[in-house]
Write a new protein. Structure first.
Lengths: 626, 300
């Protein structure tokens, strides 16, 4: 049992007013005199045991007791009592409010969103702030945002709360918890309260320095939404567009899925899904040009969450993969040439003629001014690693390789014999390579045999030995490696697979370098951003689902769209527990959002009621006197 | 009741007096003095009321031989007649301040006068005592008999105005210091006293007086109409008693009043006496000619 707390304990001093009250009561008590023939009978009445029972004694001084009761209730009201909520009463209370997309889920009965429910509860907590308490409001979706500093200014807190709107982003706790943790250095924070619907990733990469109080709102209504959208090239000008539709309820939910191509509806399908089984639909699309697709879901009945009903996807223009392979690398030319949709440049010179390729396979570090998002160097040690890796004339062999790397998928390298021996310099270690941005894909007995390095949108691979001086070209794995590198190039050029971009940050957009562009967001905002030297626009925030137009002055450069694309958010299914690095925090459904409940006003009302009763009793007793 | 010069007394009218004169006291026991009187007592008296026969023995007065029986039976029988002995009627009227409320004293004086007149008409020795502490007021009427004493008795009672705070038990003890003779002691009082009433009752009984207790209460004492917080002031002692929520205590008050009546009734009955409680609001006629007759106190 929790005892009520008091905000103003000093109010108890007012109980001393009981002393003058009692004294004045007896001083002021004036009884009407009444002469009677004899007191004999009345004396025996007073001496009667029934009259002297404790209850009768109490009744005899009922007015006094009523006054004492009224005073005690008033003093209690002055002490501002409150029932403590389950959460600990702390002076500094950070409140982390979930503003992810699922918080905009609407309850069918009340028409209120989950965020509105949470805001009501937070507003209640703000209203119930006691004198020493301070609240700091944070909101979070995929990142955290501080709304207010620690404050007890109800007006400022309420204003910040009212301005809070749900985003079209999935929820993620890590960032906002780090922000709250930063405050523990300056404020004695014991408990951090998270107000959420529970649609969060179960695993949180964070070590809790405080206790976590996760408070959940009720589940929203039924929802149906698009959780995946991607496209795969099925021919030179053919695409297969995949759309996955999921639902949150057990019952089957029906909807019409419409596919728009450049704003024009081309196809539609009826779908029926439940939370047990999602539906994956395929739309064939023929195009050789860049095309902006929109998958739009029109639910048959009430849909709790609207933001996941449309997803955008940009199909790139159809073309062959432009590849240049160094003339000396005959084995690689041969292996690459047999891949489909390849435009291999036949060049007798040692350098490519063009400036841009999708894939470059070279046997020396420099390939002139040619650029490609995927580059493969054979028998080359990167310039900046030459002091760490020396290639010696010795035999080496493969010790291990990264089997999950896209470049080495389905490749067996254990019996490959190599006539060169790349060797790490004395004192050098793999860590030194990693510090310079390289990842070792194949480990040899003396040093790295293959390296990978990502730079922006491009990726480079280095065989530190020459493949012609190994048994690799004679192995089954060689054409597979060649196919993998082509596949990688296709992906980089978005020529084989494209996936719809989720909200958060727009994928990098290739434009002219060092130029200012304007991004028009679905919310109607215009963001000015500048492309880097490599001609990439990246890091553009996309907090809303919809179409983003990249404008160069008044000209539309390209369009790109986003979707929520989060199974967790669309499912509206809360996680039962959050797993942190060292502990697990339950998100109990029964534990609803709660706050301290002051009840001073009840005390004040009771005191008023007692005073009224006392007045009535006094008037009645006085009026009835003989 | 009208007070005119033609009336014998201010206590009641002549018509009532005439009715009273025809009434007789009816004591439970025959507590009489051996002195000759007109109150019929045992056999062997010289009154005209026949009592019994007995065998003639030598020395008997031949005047009492029943010659008619002797003629039939040839045996002498002596006729016995009832004694006519003297019986005292002591009237004790509580005239303390508590009796000054709501005609209590008037009703007490009327009743005492009625009992006295009945006694005097029956040639009993009637004496009267008034309980008060007022100087100049009569407090005792010595025993006397005969109708000539009626005027004195009425004058005595009319002269009692009342006042003071002498408790009834103390007054009884004082009275017994002056009184000698067996008979009836009629105590007309409200019996509202803090003292022990059983002791004077015992003294009366041992003095050969049959106790007739007649409690006269005011209507405000029988059904008090009080409410709220009050400070009661005793009319005799001026003592005070604070009562809170008096209306809540009325049930207990009634219980106490009835308990007092039952206690007094029990005391009188155990001493072969009588007890009755009347209200001063009741008319004298209803008390005298209805209640007292039906209770067997008096004979009409």
């Amino acid at each position: 049992m929790k005892w009520p707390g008091f905000v103003n304990l000093f109010g108890a001093w007012f109980l001393l007013a009981l002393i003058p009250l009692i004294i004045l009561y007896f001083l002021k008590l004036r009884r009407q005199k009444l002469e009677v023939p004899s007191l004999a009978l009345w004396q025996s009445v007073v001496n009667d045991q029934r009259v002297n029972s404790p209850f009768q004694k109490f009744r005899r001084n009922l007015l006094l007791w009523l006054q004492i009761l009224a005073l005690c209730l008033l003093v209690l009201a002055l002490m501002q009592p409150f029932f403590q909520a389950d959460a600990e009463v702390a002076e500094y209370k950070p409140l982390l409010i979930d503003c992810s997309a699922s918080m905009s889920a609407t309850d069918e009965a009340t028409g209120k969103t989950r965020l509105e429910l949470v805001k009501d509860k937070v507003r209640e907590q703000i209203d119930n702030l006691t004198g020493d308490q301070r609240i700091a409001l944070f909101s979070f979706s995929n990142t955290g945002r501080r709304l207010t500093e620690f404050s007890n200014d109800r007006r400022a807190l309420t204003k910040a709360l009212d301005a809070l709107q749900p985003t079209d982003l999935p929820g993620k706790l890590d960032d906002v918890l780090r922000m709250a943790a930063a405050y523990t250095r300056t404020f004695p924070i014991e408990t951090v309260t998270i107000m959420t619907d529970g649609n969060l990733p179960e695993q949180v990469d964070f070590e809790l320095p405080f206790s976590l109080d996760v408070q959940r709102v009720d589940m929203g209504g039924p929802n149906i939404g698009i959780t995946e959208m991607s496209a795969r090239r099925s021919g030179p000008e053919e695409w297969e567009v995949f759309v996955r539709v999921s639902a949150s309820s057990v019952d089957l939910r029906g909807a019409e899925l419409q596919l728009f191509e450049d704003g024009e509806q081309k196809q539609s399908h009826q779908v029926e899904v439940s939370n047990e089984e999602s539906d994956r639909l395929v739309f064939p699309v023929s195009t050789s040009q860049v095309k902006l697709l929109e998958a739009r879901l029109v639910p048959a009945g009430f849909d709790s969450l609207a933001v996941d009903n449309s997803v955008w996807l940009t199909l790139p223009a159809a073309r062959s993969l432009k590849v240049w392979v160094a003339p000396k690398l005959a084995s690689w030319r041969h292996a690459v040439r047999v891949q489909p949709n390849i435009e291999l440049e036949e060049s007798e010179t040692g350098e490519p003629r063009g400036a841009e390729y999708d894939l470059l396979v070279a046997d020396e570090d420099g390939v002139g001014s040619a650029e490609a998002p995927v580059r493969l160097f054979v028998g080359v040690v990167p310039q900046d690693l030459q002091e760490l890796i020396k290639v010696e004339e010795d035999v080496s062999y493969v010790v291990d390789w990264n089997r999950t790397a896209p470049m080495l998928r389905h490749v067996q390298l254990s019996d490959v014999q190599i006539g060169e021996q790349p060797k790490l310099a004395a004192g050098a270690a793999t860590k030194d390579l990693e510090e310079r941005g390289y990842e070792v894909l194949i480990d040899g007995n003396a040093g790295p045999l293959m390296l990978q390095r990502r730079e922006g949108l491009s990726v480079s691979y280095w065989f530190t030995f020459h493949t012609d001086r190994s048994t690799l070209p004679y192995r089954v794995g060689f054409p597979i490696i060649a196919a993998n590198v082509v596949e990688s190039a296709l992906k980089q050029a978005s020529l084989s697979d494209v996936a719809a971009a989720p909200t958060g940050v727009l994928p990098p957009i290739s434009v002219d370098g060092n130029r200012t562009y304007t991004i028009k967001t679905p919310a109607g905002e215009s963001l000015a951003t500048e492309s880097n030297a490599a001609g990439t626009l990246d890091g553009i925030s996309a907090s809303h689902v919809g179409r983003y137009d990249v404008m160069d002055g008044g000209n539309l450069v390209t369009s790109i769209g986003t979707g929520l694309l989060s199974g967790i958010e669309s499912s509206l299914k809360p996680v039962e527990e959050l797993r942190f690095s060292e502990l697990t925090v339950a998100t109990d459904a029964a534990k609803q959002v709660d706050s301290d409940q002051p009840f001073w006003w009840i005390m004040a009302l009771l005191a008023f009621g007692v005073l009224m009763f006392e007045w009535w009793y006094f008037q009645r007793a006085r009026g009835a006197m003989v | 009741m009208t007070s005119t010069t033609s009336q014998l007394t201010t206590l009641f009218d002549n018509a009532t007096l005439n009715l009273i004169e025809r009434m007789r006291l009816r004591p439970n026991r025959r507590l009489t003095n051996r002195a000759r009187g007109e109150h019929l007592s045992g056999k062997g008296g010289s009154s005209t009321d026949f009592a019994d026969f007995r065998d003639y023995v030598a020395g008997d007065d031949l005047r009492y031989v029943d010659w008619n029986i002797f003629a039939r039976l040839r045996r002498p029988y002596i006729k016995q007649f009832q004694h006519e002995e003297e019986m005292h009627v002591v009237l004790l009227i509580d005239a303390s301040t508590s009796m000054l409320f709501e005609d209590k004293l008037l009703r007490a004086k009327q009743l005492a006068a009625a009992f006295g007149i009945m006694g005097l008409h029956n040639v009993e020795r009637v004496s009267a005592y008034a309980i008060h502490s007022q100087q100049g007021q009569p407090w005792m009427l010595p025993p006397g008999s005969g109708r000539t004493k009626i005027r004195k008795l009425l004058s005595f009672l009319e002269g009692v105005q009342g006042g003071g705070s002498i408790p009834v038990e103390k007054a009884i003890e004082t009275m017994l210091r002056f009184h000698r003779g067996r008979g009836i002691a009629v105590i007309v009082s409200d019996f509202l006293t803090f003292g022990d009433i059983s002791r004077p009752m015992n003294l009366l009984y041992s003095a050969g007086l049959e106790v007739w207790g007649l409690q006269v209460l005011a209507e405000s004492e029988i059904n008090p109409n009080v409410q709220g917080d009050l400070r009661f002031v005793d009319s005799e002692t001026q003592d005070t008693l604070d009562i809170t929520n008096a209306s809540e205590l009325l049930n207990v008050y009634q219980d106490q009043r009835i308990w007092l009546q039952e206690m007094l009734h029990s005391m009188c009955r155990s001493r072969q006496g009588r007890f009755m409680s009347v209200s001063s609001a009741q008319t004298l006629s209803s008390i005298l000619f209805d209640h007292l007759c039906r209770q067997g106190w008096v004979l009409r």
